[in-house]
Design a protein around this ligand. Structure first.
Ligand code: ZN
Ligand code: ZN
Length: 339
C-alpha cells in the first residue's frame, strides 16, 4: 500500500482522527488521552496530546455483553480476559492502553493476538466485532491444523506460496503458519483431539517403548488408505513414527473416509491465540483509516506474524519464517500417558 497517496483519500474528519492517533502512538506506548467518541472522555480537559505530570492510567476494559446468545460470554475459553484493566504488553516491549470501553459486539477495532508460546504476536483489525474474529480464526486455524498434521498437500507446506489464498486471508497466512508449527499450539489441539497423536513424530527411543508390549492389529491393505499414508508429512531429523502410530494412522484414514462422506469433522475446534483489543476506532471509520492505523501499530510492536509493516514489504526477508523450532519437540501425547 502506498500510504502517502492513500492518506490523501481520507476526508477531513478521518485525517483529524488519524493524526490524533498518530501523535499518541509514541515510540514505546500507545496512550490516547484525547479520545472523545464512543463513551470515552479525556481524563483532564486541559491536558491535550501531551501527558501532564500524571502517569498513564487504564480507564477502560473489555466488558462481557451478557447477552444470552453471545458465544464469547458463554464460552469457557480463557483466551480473552474480561474486566481486566491492564496495559497490553507486546512481545517487543511496546505497550498499549485501550482508548474506549469495548464489549463482545463493538465494531471497528484493532486487536492483538499473542501465541501461548510467548514468542510470536500479531495485530489485526476488523470492521466487525471480536466475537466474529475469534470464530473465523478458530474455524480456519483448526482446519489448517488438521490438514497440516495429516498431509503434505496442505497449503502450508509451501511456506512462501501465498497465491493460493484469497486477498482477505493473505494477511493471516503467517498467523496460521505459526499455529500449525508451534508445539504449544499443537499441544492445545491434541489435548482435545487425542486421535491426532499418531501424527506426532517421536524419538527413536520413544518409538521402541511405543511398540514394545503392544500387539499391533494390522489392517488389511487397502488402496485408499495407502494414498493417504503416502502424503503423511515426513518426520523431522531425529524423529520417526512408531509401527503402532503408523497402524493408528491407517485407522484414522479409514474413519476420515467415512466422516468425509457424511460431511463431518474429525476434530473439535479449540482457540489458540490470546486476544486483546488494543484500540477502538470511530463507529463510521473507513477501511483505509483502519488499515493505516493497524499498520502503524504493527510497525511499533514489530509483530512477527503480520505480513507487512511500514519497515518492510516482505516479512519473510525481515523476520524469516514464522516459526523456528522443531514442531514436534516436547509434545505430550495422551497415548504415552495412558501406556
Ligand atoms: Zn458477550
Ligand atoms: Zn507459538
Amino acid at each position: 500500500m502506498n500510504f502517502s497517496n492513500a492518506l490523501l483519500k481520507l476526508d477531513e474528519f478521518e485525517l483529524r482522527i488519524g493524526l490524533e492517533f498518530f501523535l499518541q502512538i509514541d515510540v514505546d506506548l500507545f496512550y490516547m488521552k484525547t479520545c472523545t467518541y464512543r463513551d470515552a472522555w479525556p481524563r483532564s480537559l486541559d491536558e491535550g496530546l501531551f501527558c501532564k505530570s500524571q502517569l498513564p492510567i487504564v480507564r477502560y476494559s473489555f466488558q462481557p455483553c451478557q447477552k444470552i446468545s453471545c458465544t464469547l460470554c458463554e464460552s469457557s475459553s480463557t483466551i480473552i480476559q474480561f474486566n481486566s484493566y491492564r496495559i497490553h504488553h507486546f512481545l517487543n516491549g511496546y505497550h498499549a492502553i485501550l482508548n474506549c470501553p469495548v464489549t463482545c459486539h463493538t465494531k471497528n477495532i484493532i486487536y492483538a493476538l499473542t501465541c501461548p508460546c510467548g514468542e510470536y504476536d500479531f495485530i489485526g483489525s476488523t470492521s466487525s466485532d471480536m466475537s466474529e474474529v475469534i470464530e473465523s480464526i478458530r474455524e480456519a486455524g483448526n482446519q489448517y491444523m488438521h490438514e497440516t498434521l495429516i498431509s503434505t498437500k496442505s497449503s502450508f507446506y509451501s511456506h512462501r506460496d501465498t497465491n493460493n489464498f484469497l486477498h482477505k486471508q493473505k494477511e493471516l497466512i503467517r498467523l496460521y503458519q505459526h499455529s500449525t508449527r508451534c508445539s504449544k499450539v499443537i499441544q492445545l489441539f491434541l489435548n482435545v483431539n487425542p486421535n491426532y497423536d499418531c501424527f506426532i513424530p517421536i524419538s527413536f527411543d520413544q518409538a521402541i517403548v511405543d511398540d514394545r508390549n503392544r500387539i499391533i492389529e494390522v489392517s488389511p491393505i487397502n488402496n485408499f488408505t495407502d494414498l493417504y499414508i503416502q502424503n503423511v508429512p515426513v518426520p523431522p531429523n531425529g524423529y520417526i513414527f512408531s509401527n503402532c502410530q503408523q497402524e493408528k494412522q491407517r485407522k484414522f484414514f479409514e474413519k476420515l473416509h467415512i466422516t468425509k462422506s457424511h460431511d463431518e469433522k474429525m476434530f473439535t475446534s479449540v482457540d489458540f491465540y490470546n486476544v486483546t483489543v488494543i484500540a477502538v476506532l470511530p463507529e463510521n471509520c473507513s477501511t483505509l483509516l483502519r488499515q493505516v492505523l493497524e499498520c502503524l501499530f504493527a510497525t511499533h510492536a514489530e509483530t512477527k506474524l503480520n505480513m507487512f509493516n511500514l519497515r518492510t514489504k516482505d516479512t519473510y526477508e525481515f523476520y524469516g519464517l514464522p516459526f523456528h523450532r522443531v514442531w514436534c519437540e516436547n509434545i505430550i501425547r495422551s497415548s504415552s500417558i495412558t501406556s
